[in-house]
Each structure stands twice: as C-alpha cells, then as structure tokens.
Design a protein around this ligand. Structure first.
Ligand code: PGA
Ligand code: ZN
Length: 462
C-alpha cells in the first residue's frame, strides 16, 4: 500500500480489531484467543466485538462487469464501510479449466451474475461485520444455493470474497496479507513459478505441454524477478536463433510461442535456466526448470497424444520420470490427467529418487478440500496449486492450505491464464506461506503481482 493510499484510510481501530499477532487457524477471524459465535448472516445491526466496540460493517456492495487479459468479461466487486474504507477485487478466468471446478459464471454469463447479485445478494451483505471471513463466505455459498456455484458463479463469489478481505485490511490499516485468517507473523516470500514458453490451450501452434517454467528462488523478490526475466529473454534469444525466419509469438500468459516439439522446448528452457543459474548462483539465486503439462488437455481415449509419440498412462509416468531425472526438474504440475490419483502417486514415489521435485495437482484438486484429502491419503503428489476461483471462496482455499500444512505438502498460489491487473495474489501467496507463486513473468497483469512482492519486501512495516 502506498503512503498516499494509507493516508486516505480511516483511522486504525483499537486492539480488539487488530490483525493476528501470529499464526491462527484458517477460518478464525484472526483475533487470537477464543472466537465469538459467528454473527447471523442476515444481521443488519452493528455487531459488537468483545462486548465493547462496534465492529465495522459493510455499508455498500457493488459488482461491476470488467474485462480480463483475454478481453473476456469478468466480475469486479466493491465493498465499503460507512466511513469510506473500500475493498475491491476482480476475478481471473481459466482456459484449461479442471472438470471439477465450480462454474465461473451462471448460464448467460456476467450480465446474469450482475442482475442476480443486485436482486438477491447486495442487500444481504449490508450490515455484515468485516471480520468474519468464514461467515461471509458461508453466506455467499448459501445465497448461491448450489454446490457448483452455478447461480452466482465462482468468479462472482471470488471477487466478493477477496474484496471482503481487502476491505478488512483497509479498515485495519494493514497490508491485505495480514488481514487473511491464519497469516504468518512475518512474511516469507515464495519462489517464482514463471512461465516462459506457452503451449497447450494457451498458445496456437505451440507444443502440447502447456507451460515451460523457470522455478526461481532468490534472497529477495526483486532479484528473483530479474532472474526470471533473464530466463525469459534467454529463451527468446535461443528461439530466434532456432527459427530465424519464423514469427515468434507470445501466449496467453506472456510466454513465448514457437512451432517446437515438447522435448525441444524443454531443451531450450533447460539451457536458459542453467545459464542464468550459473551467472547468479554466487548471489544466492537459484533457477531450475519446471513444467505444467496440463495433461488432461492432450489425453484422448486413455492415451497421451503428443505430435511425435502416443503414451499409455504407465508410459506417461515413465516419460515424465525420465524428464525429471534428465533435466533436474524442480516443478511438475498436472503430469497426468485430472482423474488419475494413482498415476500421480506412482510418479511421486518414483520422482523421490530423481531430486524430489514438487509434484503439483491443479486440475486434479481444483482447490477442493475433499479432493485434496483424498490426494493426501493416496500420496498423489506433494503439492497443491491454489486458485481461489476454482472453489469460489477464500475460506475453502484456506481449508486446502491447512490440509496441505498438516499433511506436510507445499502450496503454490496461482494466477489464471485470463488475468486481471490486481495484485491480491501476491498477498495470498504470503498469507498462505506458499512455497511458490505462479503468476507468469511478463505482461502487465503478471508483473503486477511480482511488483507487489517487491513492494512488500521493501515495506518498512509489512
Ligand atoms: P488456466 O491454466 O488458468 O487456463 O486454467 C493455468 C494452469 O493450468 O495452471
Ligand atoms: Zn495448471
């Protein structure tokens, strides 16, 4: 938050509203100690906190139709208090969506979501206290009334759920990450999971594998961003040398697109990662290659269909294991189709011998706690990707964070291929204590998250 923004906020309320001093359970209001009973979702009067002070409440709620980086319409939510504190957030959208994701919007799209919000939701939010994320998210789900959020849409509830946390941060006068239930007492910055070559559903004419990733760790976010950008440039240079006469494009997430096979693209990525790693290793920077295969996208009738090979599930496990060993992959997302828990488990145990990369479930888990519970039981991976709009609320996402923490798994907070220029994902990655933030490298809507990490690291009072 800039000093100007901070100076426009209402005064910071006294102690009972203070953000958590240390880790608290997700779903708690972050007040420490015993938690009061959740307020009635339909209460219109001010609630009391500790019986003494009135809690800030929502005075106005609005939803707007705005556009994402692909130009598709999406929802942006605005919530404010009577004293003028304003929280807002817009929701991104996916292209290679998992089958078990909630619906992004109701049938009829954003206009229908806006109309239902106006008719059925807005006034039910008025009077709701700002410090009950769990209760607020429960109310959103009740008002939708379906398990797949098909009445309001998961993007509508996501925008509202994040705007609600943002409003709390504004009233408290703290950065968003400190207003998220269960946040750590000190920020730790995630590794950057930055996509530098695009394929699959995000790029016409590219390889089948969807994302070629630079997994970058550094002493501070600024150095990590520089290194990820250096990999992006080095990959561009190499692709230009390889295709001197061809047109090089960029995909939906800002990575390069070239008419290249999956293994050739990994070769280019790996050389660039090593180059940048070797140059900067003495400064504490580490860059390793990674992949998001998004394997459901090229899975047809029980086979993984590449332009130069077709593999059955066992063949796919063997192929990915070989890539892990040969290229020292640090990160492997969705190596198998979205229903194959057993294949994930086989690959995870095999990869423990190949440098133990993060084996990350995205389409497999779709940020759904019940699916993650199954994955934890079956050893199907060792990390979960978190996309709030796959499940529709911050609270359900926080349940996944808690499950992953208890099970010894890592989390990676992720963007979508159709993004908005908001920076809330950077705050979520810090609040979740995530091992990584996946938000691309270049493009205004991607760099917005990276710049926010740089700001947070530079802030004297994060
Ligand atoms: P999506 O893809 O946002 O198009 O679903 C991103 C990813 O698979 O990680
Ligand atoms: Zn993915």
């Amino acid at each position: 938050m800039s000093p100007e923004e901070r100076s426009q906020l209402p005064p910071i309320p006294p102690a009972p509203h203070a953000p958590p001093a240390g880790p608290t359970a997700p779903g708690s209001a972050g007040t420490g100690g015993s938690r009061r009973a959740p307020p009635s979702p339909f209460s219109h009067g001010p609630s009391t906190h500790g019986g003494s002070l009135p809690s800030a409440i929502i005075a106005h709620a609005r939803l707007l139709r705005v556009f994402d980086s692909r130009g598709n319409a999406t929802a942006e939510a605005y919530l404010s208090t009577a004293s003028g504190a304003l929280g807002h957030a817009a929701a991104p959208s996916g292209a290679s969506t998992g089958a078990t994701e909630v619906h992004a919007f109701p049938e009829g799209g954003v206009p229908v979501a806006l109309e239902r919000f106006q008719r059925k939701v807005a006034e039910r939010l008025i009077g709701f206290p700002i410090d009950d994320q769990d209760g607020f998210d429960r109310l959103l789900k009740e008002l939708d009334g379906t398990s797949e959020l098909s009445n309001l849409g998961g993007n509508t509830t996501t925008a509202l759920s994040i705007a609600y946390a943002d409003l709390r941060s504004k009233v408290w006068g703290v950065p968003l990450w400190r207003a998220i239930p269960g946040c750590p007492s000190e920020p730790r910055f995630p590794a950057l999971v930055g996509n530098v070559i695009n394929g699959g559903a995000h790029a016409v004419g590219g390889p089948e594998i969807q994302e070629y990733i630079a997994f970058t760790e550094a002493p501070d976010p600024g150095k990590a961003v520089e290194a990820a950008v250096a990999v992006h440039r080095a990959v561009g240079k190499r692709l230009r040398e390889k295709f001197p006469k061809g047109a090089l494009g960029r995909g939906d997430e800002g990575g390069w697109v070239a008419p290249i096979s999956s293994v050739e693209a990994l070769e280019v990525l790996s050389v660039a990662c090593h180059e940048v790693h070797d140059e900067r290793h003495a400064q504490g920077v580490s860059v390793r290659p990674g992949l998001d295969l998004a394997a459901s996208e090229f899975y047809r009738k029980g086979r993984y269909v590449y332009r130069d090979q077709t593999l059955d599930p066992d063949g796919q496990v063997a192929f990915v294991s070989k890539l892990i060993e040969r290229y020292g992959l640090a990160y492997v997302e969705d190596p198998l189709e979205e229903g194959d828990f057993a294949g994930f488990a086989r690959l995870t145990s095999r990869s423990a011998r190949g440098g133990n990369p993060l084996i990350v479930g995205d389409d497999l888990y779709t940020t759904h706690p019940a699916r993650l519970e199954r994955g934890l039981r079956e050893g199907a991976g060792n990390a979960v990707l978190l996309k709030v709009n796959q499940v529709g609320t911050l609270t359900d996402t926080l349940r996944c964070v808690e499950l992953a923490r208890k099970g010894g798994w890592s989390t990676v907070a992720s963007h979508r291929s159709g993004e908005v220029p908001d920076a809330w994902l950077a705050h979520l990655s810090v609040a979740f204590g995530s091992r990584g933030i996946k938000c691309g490298v270049l493009g205004g809507e991607r760099i917005a998250k990276l710049n926010e990490l740089v700001r947070l690291a530079a802030s004297p009072t994060p």
